[in-house]
Design a binder for this molecule. Structure first.
Ligand code: UDP
Length: 309
């Protein structure tokens, strides 16, 4: 297949590009590098099956030639980005998604939308199944991302129901691994870079918030299975290894061998208190199981960050 991949120079997008190429597909990477990096795809230069378009899919998206699939993975994803570039976050989830879906209509292509556990907001139930409608602040500091992704899901389903687009929605829970931006402000790069530099690990709040960290390779495997399936309802992807932020800080200290101290800072506004996916649907409909433990995934991620800190 010839696959248009927005955000193909980002963390998850570039790993998906690698997987699609390994499966024998052609990939048209679309990125404006607002949070993606040329370094994430530099190993692909000269590959006959790769084309790179430096453009902002929120503005327009035209691609010459046949297109079989569009994967919309472009979006800033760090809570720091929601404050730094809020309008870009809003646009890529709304206009960007619509532009991708119009391309699907024009080319007769299939579609996959990269959504997020943020559609559940600060969830009142745990773990979160896809049927949960969420507890989202529609105008708080995270709303530019949460509501753009919710709008993106609504747009995807409208094109599916009323314009006949063969679509899929994947909801990523916290996913980590090599190629994350060192300075993106999320907890994984923050804690690892702090540990490697020997400076204090900064916990926001009292350290009892939980997250479930999934390794990118497991997540990308689920994406590929979903792309090849006929499942149109949203599918959660993530890990069952739920940790408090204090436990996670201790895991990072253990894996890095760092003696950094842990400090507590002011809690972030509207920070979800808990997050763990119910992945029954991915298991039952896609035969997906994660294979990487948190310690194994962290070790590989630390190795990557050692090279760039
Ligand atoms: N967090 C933290 N210290 C940091 C960065 C984040 O304690 O230096 C916390 C944050 O408050 C949240 C969790 O780690 O409870 C995950 O935050 P992240 O920004 O990685 O992503 P989120 O899951 O909130 O989208």
């Amino acid at each position: 297949m010839r696959i248009v991949l927005t955000g193909g120079a980002g963390f998850l997008g570039s790993h998906l590009a690698d997987r699609l190429l390994a499966e024998g597909h052609e990939v048209v990477i679309v990125d404006n590098y607002i949070t993606g990096s040329p370094a994430n795809i530099s190993h692909l230069s000269g590959n006959r099956n790769v084309q790179v378009l430096d453009l902002d899919c929120s503005k327009s998206l035209t691609v010459d030639g046949p297109v079989d699939f569009v994967a919309h993975f472009a979006s800033p994803a760090s809570p720091d980005d929601f404050k730094r570039i809020p309008f870009d976050v809003l646009r890529v989830g709304s206009h960007g998604t619509e532009n991708c879906l119009e391309l699907c209509v024009a080319k007769g292509a299939k579609f996959i939308f990269a959504s997020t556990s943020e559609v559940y907001g600060d969830p009142l139930i745990s773990p979160q199944p896809e049927s949960y409608w969420g507890n989202v602040n529609p105008n708080g500091p995270r709303s530019v991302y949460d509501e753009a992704k919710r709008f993106g899901e609504a747009t995807t389903m409208a094109y599916h129901r009323f314009r006949g687009v063969d679509s899929r929605i994947i909801r990523f829970f916290n996913t980590y691994g090599p190629r994350m931006r060192l300075d993106d402000g999320r907890v994984v790069p923050n804690f690892i870079s702090q540990a490697l530099r020997g400076v204090p690990l900064t916990i926001y709040g009292d350290g009892t918030n939980t997250r479930s960290f999934g390794f990118y390779a497991d997540a990308i495997d689920c994406v590929y299975r979903l792309m090849m399936s006929d499942v149109h309802d949203p599918v959660n992807i993530g890990s069952q290894e739920e940790r408090t932020m204090l436990e996670f800080a201790q895991a990072v200290l253990r894996v890095t061998g760092s003696s950094s101290e842990i400090v507590y800072m002011e809690a972030a506004e509207d920070d979800p208190k808990q997050r763990r996916p119910d992945t029954t649907r991915a298991r039952e409909l896609l035969g997906w199981e994660p294979t990487t433990s948190l310690d194994e995934g962290l070790a590989k991620t630390v190795e990557y960050f050692r090279g760039i800190v």
